[in-house]
Design a protein around this ligand. Structure first.
Ligand code: C5P
Length: 414
């Protein structure tokens, strides 16, 4: 599976019930198809009031089904045939009425009928609610949603924000890209279900004065990709991020920090409950010994040096600190090197006393969307050849899951 077509080989049923969010489903259909899925659209009569089947047929490349009496099916059982073919069924938007019907097992039109008739063990039901905030908050809707989830449906959203009715609150359908990401996540194996994973990402920023600072080159992309991959694999993920401009992956708890010491504090507050700790952050090795209260002036006063001398002091090593705890989580370190990848990784493995180091050539990957990794442990090394960072992150998640399930005893690791 490549990241360009993460849904290759998947067949999806995409059901639309009535709601203004139907207009977003044109884009969602395009994204699902672009991701490699084949998409069969089903629309209720109410959905047809918002968007035409012609639009969705053109985007999905398949005739849309709107009626349980559709004579195109030889046996006239569209509700059975459509579900049998599908790997998952996504209802977006799911109106309050549609959710109520699904919760009760009612089946008086094709969409709810197909949801009821689909082989539930094989074809999961994903539901993306979209409605006015009062409708969403109503106890009846909340009751119905709870019932749907108890029956095994996966709830996608809703989001919060401006609503077409002019109100602001919970009930917006997730954006098409968010829905695509959730569908992709649905198909990932849940290798880290029930596990907790803590990740550091991005650079740290060490202030010199209120406007200047020392930092490292790091976009945070690799760490964020690992956070996403771990969440997709079912882990509860906490991401401690230095200053980066990246959106938080869905389902990930994010703690923003600036300096190495803040990052250490945030990490130490979490470690006790974690199964794994993945340190991808490019932590500044040093920080100014003193932070000037005001901006240091360029034009030095007479008698002062033209260039200020910067006294530095060492930052704590976050990874080594966690690895030295009495009962540390499984610690995975990163090594961004400019040369001698293997030797530097081996040195780091020993120096930080961690079971696994992931090495990469820094200048070749900084800010890029792809990378190549070398996994180094006490027993050997394994290369993960160049791929996009999310594909590599998923591979690393598999490695971490394997290690969590079959812990290597210290004796055999040395
Ligand atoms: O020592 P070096 O920076 O080369 O080691 C890199 C690994 O150690 C990375 O996993 C990085 O996140 C972690 N590290 C850390 N705290 C530091 C320095 C590095 O956690 N102060």
């Amino acid at each position: 599976m490549s990241e360009a077509t993460p849904l290759a080989g998947k067949h999806l049923l995409l059901g639309l019930s009535g709601g203004i969010a139907c207009y977003k489903v044109a884009e969602l259909t395009r994204l699902l198809v672009k991701a490699g899925a084949t998409v069969q659209v089903i629309m209720t009569e109410a959905a047809e009031a918002f968007i035409t089947p012609v639009t969705l047929q053109a985007l999905s490349n398949r005739p849309v089904y709107t009626s349980q009496w559709d004579a195109r099916q030889d046996n006239n059982m569209a509700h059975i045939n459509l579900g049998r073919e599908a790997d998952a069924m996504l209802i977006a938007p799911a109106s309050a009425d549609m959710i109520a019907k699904l919760a009760q097992g009612r089946a008086d039109e094709l969409l709810s009928l197909t949801a009821l008739a689909r082989p539930a063990q094989r074809c999961a039901l994903l539901v993306a609610p979209a409605m006015n905030r009062e409708m969403w908050a109503h106890p009846a809707t909340q009751r119905n949603v709870a019932q749907l989830v108890a029956d095994g449906a996966e709830l996608l959203g809703p989001g919060t924000g401006d609503q077409a009715c002019g109100e602001v609150g919970d009930g917006r359908m997730l954006e098409p890209q968010q829905l695509l990401d959730r569908v992709v996540a649905h198909f990932q194996p849940k290798l880290l279900a029930g596990r907790r994973v803590l990740i550091t990402a991005g650079p740290t920023y060490e202030a010199i004065d209120p406007v200047r600072g020392i930092t490292n080159r790091s976009s945070g992309k690799m760490g964020f990709a690992i956070a996403r991959a771990a969440a997709e694999a079912g882990a509860q993920v906490t991401l401690v991020a230095g200053p980066v401009h990246l959106p938080t992956p869905q389902g990930v708890r994010r703690i923003d920090v600036q300096s190495a010491r803040q990052m250490l504090d945030a990490v130490l507050a979490e470690t006790a409950t974690q199964d794994a700790f993945v340190a991808t952050a490019a932590v500044a090795d040093w920080r100014p010994a003193d932070v000037a209260e005001h901006k240091i002036k360029k034009n030095a006063a007479p008698g002062q040096a033209a260039v200020p001398a910067l006294a530095l002091t060492e930052n704590p090593d976050i990874l080594a600190t966690v690895a030295a705890l009495p009962t540390p989580p499984l610690c995975v370190g990163f090594a961004a090197e400019s040369q001698d990848l293997l030797k530097n990784a081996r040195d780091k493995l020993a120096r930080k006393r961690v079971p696994l180091i992931v090495a990469n050539l820094g200048p070749a990957t900084f800010g890029q969307d792809d990378n190549a990794l070398l996994l180094v442990d006490a027993r050997g090394q394994r290369e993960l050849s160049r791929a996009d960072k999310l594909t590599l992150a998923r591979e690393l998640v598999r490695e971490i899951a394997q290690r969590l399930n079959t812990p290597v005893s210290p004796a055999s690791a040395s």
